[in-house]
Design a protein around this ligand. Structure first.
Ligand code: ADP
Length: 231
C-alpha cells in the first residue's frame, strides 16, 4: 500500500528531501560543515580539542564534548526569541549523546571539544541534521572517530510510514521518530518517539530509518572524500 502513497510535497514514502553537504566552510573554526535538506539550512562549527583548565569541568580520562544547538531568530516564519530555551537545551544534550559513542574522547584528557550547531532555516528534522552536521564538522576538525553518525526521522503520516518528515508532516502526522545510527555497527545511538506506532509499524519505520541513515552516510563520506581525497 505504501508504494502508491504520494506525500503532499510529491515524495514517495521512502524519499528524503534533497540534501547538500559541504565541509570546511568556516575559516576560524577547527572544523565546520554546512547542510541543506529541503528548506533546512544548518551550519556547524567545531572548536577543539582545547585544554580545559577548569578542574571542575574537565575530566582526567577524556575530553568533554559540549554541543550547543541554536535556532537563529529568522530561522522560522514567526520570529523566534533569541537565546536558549527548553527545546534547544534538550536538543543540545541529545546531539551530544548521539555522537559521543563515535568519538575517541579518551585521546584528549582534560580537554574540551565544542560543537556549535546554528539552525539558519528550519523546516522539520533539524535535530537529525544537527547530528549529521556535527559528525561531519568533527571529522573536518580531524578528531578521530569510529564512524560518521547518521540520522533521519521516520514517522506515520496519513496512516503511512514515511522517512524524513517535513515540518507540516511533523505537525500533522500521527508519529515522528528521529533515529541516529552508527552505520558500521548498526548501533542505534539516539531514538525518540512522539506519537504511536504498532509493533509492525515500528519495525517498518526502523527499516526505513536504517535505509535513510545508510543513504545519508554515503553522502557524508562523499563530502569528506571531496575535500580530503582518497580513492
Ligand atoms: P526538529 O526540527 O528536530 O524536527 P521539532 O520537532 O521540535 O524538531 O520541530 C519541528 C519543526 O518545527 C522545526 O524544524 C521548525 O521548523 C519548527 N519549529 C520548532 N521550534 C519552533 C519555534 N520556536 N517557532 C517556530 N517554529 C518552530
Amino acid at each position: 500500500m505504501n508504494e502508491q502513497f504520494i506525500r503532499k510535497d510529491g515524495r514517495p514514502f521512502n524519499s528524503l528531501r534533497n540534501m547538500k553537504m559541504e565541509i570546511g566552510v568556516l575559516n576560524n573554526a577547527d572544523g565546520s560543515a554546512y547542510i541543506e535538506c529541503g528548506n533546512n539550512k544548518i551550519l556547524v562549527g567545531v572548536y577543539g580539542p582545547k585544554e580545559l583548565y577548569s578542574k571542575k569541568h574537565s575530566k582526567p580520562d577524556g575530553a568533554v564534548l559540549r554541543c550547543k544547538y541554536n535556532m537563529i531568530p529568522f530561522s522560522v516564519t514567526e520570529r523566534k526569541r533569541p537565546g536558549p530555551d527548553r527545546r534547544s537545551t534538550e536538543i543540545s544534550k541529545l546531539i551530544s549523546e548521539a555522537i559521543t559513542p563515535a568519538i575517541f574522547l579518551e585521546k584528549y584528557p582534560r580537554s574540551s571539544i565544542d560543537v556549535s550547531i546554528e539552525v539558519l532555516e528550519a523546516e522539520g528534522g533539524t535535530r537529525c541534521l544537527g547530528i549529521v552536521g556535527a559528525s561531519l564538522a568533527l571529522a573536518d576538525a580531524e578528531i578521530p572517530m569510529k564512524d560518521l553518525i547518521s540520522a533521519c526521522a521516520v514517522g506515520k503520516v496519513d496512516n503511512h510510514i514515511v522517512v524524513d518528515l517535513s515540518e507540516e508532516e511533523d505537525q500533522t502526522g500521527q508519529a515522528d521518530m528521529p533515529v541516529a545510527i552508527m552505520p558500521r555497527t548498526g548501533e542505534i545511538t539516539f531514538l525518540q518517539m512522539d506519537g504511536n506506532l504498532s509493533v509492525p509499524e515500528f519495525e517498518e519505520a526502523m527499516q526505513l530509518a536504517y535505509d535513510g541513515c545508510y543513504y545519508i552516510n554515503q553522502l557524508q563520506q562523499q563530502t569528506l572524500l571531496k575535500k580530503y581525497g582518497g580513492e
